[in-house]
Unconditional design. Structure first.
Length: 416
């Protein structure tokens, strides 16, 4: 019996030790365009539509998979070539959000957050999950829940608003906006929960920040302890307000924005949007705006960084390793899922951007880090891959998830 115990412990030790062999990059970098000094490989594919993920200290990758056959995928590389040769599935249904903190693995479905007690090196949890919070606002539009565990140990949950701009008649031309917008009581913001208490409902949490239409991408800045959120902006400015916007303007507006969140902060939706060309907040047309008037939006916080409209930021991570060159340390990577509504301009996004950061402030312009995920056909249906999630591994590699097709996880490595 003792011999078997020692054998089991030895196996666990191997599984808990990060691989030290150098991953083998694909000759063509899996079709990606990267800065000089980087290469890429596919960790796994055909694992289901992959959303957010975490990488544990032993190198195991845990991926949130959406859809009816979703749940969590554990990817393990036992040979050191960078590719997962072990794939395990568990969970309670499809979801988007995932986080690891302390001894717990958290997973968010569209209406709940659960957690398992997790031992590094395990291939699956020892039993079923405990429910942290259930009954979260979940309607067809913007139902996915993103999560992050803050430096305060609290659980932060994005609850997207099931609306475009809180109109009296949603997505109907020239329908005015509701003022005040009643959806902000139950959605359109970030809620905070104490994970030490199980079986909570949404009313047990605190609305930490409001005025965020749908912040699919959340990230914790380890340097400041702040939570950052990237918002999906509203759609159809020209379609709904043709007297005020043409199609080219509607393709670029409103900006996709990243905010550093403050407790009690109001970031403007649905009353305001940020015009990245004018570099100012302006009033939404549903609330009397004309594309130029600032009005009540004067006091709305400005974003840390802004991008052209409809790129769809789906994942973010701060680079907390020393492996990549100095310029990347402490900076922010953002995965853009890609647009569907930028006509007559080309569809855009479908890439990973980098923003240099220091003490919670952008110190330079954003730049393209990884492109080529979509392949030759840059459209929602034609793209090969669409970036959704980001994570940094223990060796400093950057992992990128895609939910397009059968799902995939990439790994980007710095070369000496």
């Amino acid at each position: 019996m003792t011999r078997f115990v020692f054998a089991a412990l030895a196996a666990l030790l191997v599984a808990s030790t990060p691989q030290t062999s150098k991953p083998v990059c694909a000759p063509d970098n899996v079709g990606l365009t990267l800065p000089s000094g980087f290469c890429a490989l596919l960790v796994a594919e055909s694992i289901g539509p992959s959303r957010h993920m975490v990488v544990l200290e032993n190198g195991d990758v845990l991926v949130a998979v959406t859809g009816q056959r979703g749940g969590v995928r554990l990817l393990r590389d036992t040979t050191g070539d960078g590719k997962a040769d072990i794939v395990r599935s568990f969970g309670i249904g499809g979801g988007t959000g995932i986080a690891f903190a302390g001894e717990y693995l958290y997973f968010a479905t569209n209406d709940a957050v659960v957690r398992w007690h997790w031992q590094i090196g395990a291939l699956e949890p020892p039993g079923g999950p405990d429910t942290v919070v259930r009954g979260l606002t979940s309607q067809r539009e913007h139902a996915a829940k993103s999560i992050v565990v803050g430096s305060d140990g609290q659980l932060y949950v994005n609850i997207g608003a099931p609306s475009n701009s809180c109109q009296v008649q949603d997505r109907i031309p020239e329908s005015p906006g509701k003022d005040p917008c009643p959806l902000l009581d139950i959605a359109g913001g970030i809620w905070r929960f104490d994970p030490r208490h199980g079986g909570q409902t949404q009313v047990d949490g605190q609305r930490f920040a409001t005025g965020l239409r749908n912040a699919v991408a959340l990230a914790l800045d380890p340097g400041t302890g702040s939570v950052f959120a990237a918002q999906h902006g509203r759609d159809q400015l020209a379609a709904h307000w043709p007297k005020l916007y043409n199609d080219a303007q509607s393709a670029e507006l409103p900006a996709e924005v990243v905010f550093r969140l403050e407790a009690g902060g109001d970031y403007g939706w649905p009353y305001c949007y940020y015009d990245w060309r004018r570099r100012q907040n302006v009033m939404q047309p549903e609330y009397g705006g004309d594309g130029k008037t600032v009005g009540r939006c004067e006091s709305t916080p400005r974003p840390v960084v802004a991008f052209p409209g409809h790129w769809a930021p789906d994942g973010m991570t701060f680079y907390n390793s020393r492996t990549f060159p100095l310029k990347y340390r402490g900076g922010l990577f953002i995965a853009f899922h890609g647009s569907w509504n930028r006509a007559p301009l080309p569809q855009a996004g479908y890439k990973v951007m980098f923003v240099p950061m220091a003490r919670g402030v952008a110190t330079g312009p954003a730049e393209v880090f990884a492109d080529g995920f979509a392949g030759p056909v840059v459209t929602p249906n034609g793209a090969r891959y669409r970036p959704t999630g980001l994570a940094v591994g223990p060796d400093g590699s950057l992992y990128v998830a895609s939910d397009q097709g059968a799902g995939a996880v990439f790994r980007i490595v710095s070369q000496p």
